[in-house]
Design a protein around this ligand. Structure first.
Ligand code: FEO
Length: 179
């Protein structure tokens, strides 16, 4: 396909809008997990999830800004309600890792589409998310592994809770260059 301007194809715009919605859902999901941990008295885990929810909002805003920058229209779709109950902290992080793996596959599909359409501006935009997903999966896997090791040991769970309580949200430059 010949591309003479920077406006992504209608299909690409539709997929970018869907990903904007998925990032908002991710924020909702982690906020719900934060509520779950608060209810269990695990303030550190609750904090980690709250920061994660804030990060997902910045991901959503990157899509929001990019769509607008191309001259296309942002479509705000309904955000699905997330689950609110889990068996235990391990189950929460199993779902977190599964969720991030799903997001990675969505980003990869977007990249495939952008490459297929020779939409190099969108390829460049998506590159940040490709790297980010490596970190997202690694973070989830890391905590999941430590929860598995802790097993039923409340002392180890408490130590992990204290550590996760130290995570702070670092505001990112909305410009895609800085992530
Ligand atoms: Fe927006 Fe957790 O990836």
């Amino acid at each position: 396909m010949e591309r003479g301007d920077l406006m992504p194809s209608p299909k690409m715009i539709e997929e970018l809008n869907l990903q904007l919605n998925r990032e908002l859902y991710s924020s909702y999901l982690y906020l719900s997990m934060s509520v779950y941990f608060s209810g269990k008295g695990l303030a550190g885990f609750a904090n980690w999830m709250r920061v994660q929810a804030q990060e997902e909002l910045t991901h959503a805003m990157k899509f929001f800004d990019y769509i607008l920058k191309t001259g296309a229209s942002v479509r705000l779709l309904p955000i699905e309600a997330p689950p609110s109950e889990w068996t235990n902290p391990l189950a929460v992080f199993q779902e977190t890792l599964r969720h991030e793996q799903k997001v990675t596959s969505y980003i990869n599909n977007l990249m495939d589409l952008a490459i297929g359409e020779k939409d190099y501006a969108t390829v460049n935009f998506l590159q940040w998310f490709v790297s980010e997903q490596v970190e997202e999966e690694e973070n989830a896997r890391n905590i999941l592994d430590r929860l598995s090791l802790a097993g039923e040991d409340r002392g180890l769970l408490f130590i992990l809770d204290q550590e996760l309580g130290k995570r702070v949200f670092v505001a990112q430059n909305q410009d895609n260059k800085e992530g």
